[in-house]
Design a protein around this ligand. Sequence first.
Ligand code: HEM
Length: 81
Amino acid sequence: QSSLPIYTQEEVSRHKSLDEGVWVTYRGSVYDITDFISVHPGGDKILLAAGGALEPFWALYAVHSQEHVLEILAEYKVGEL
Ligand code: HEM
């Protein structure tokens, strides 16, 4: 994990479309969730977090407070903030 690149918030914020790729952050890590969007059980709502932090949205949708959800997220990790 320590070999993953460090990204700036600014770089993450440039990835918020299917063309550029959709990146999000969570607890200091960066995730490229482009390939997960079409299989997300909550549909396109996931795009609200594109280019930014998951925390405010997951605070609203408590369905994400499960180990199972974090395991899915972990598969898409591409770097650290
Ligand atoms: C449901 C994953 C981001 C809104 C779910 C579920 C998973 C999931 C696994 C199903 C949970 C279950 O029922 O056991 C993720 C991942 C995300 C993400 C990995 C980020 C990479 C978001 C965001 C929003 C959102 C940003 C809202 C802005 C919802 C909603 C549901 C849901 C509303 C409930 C769907 C339903 O049961 O009808 N998500 N989610 N999700 N998600 Fe997400």
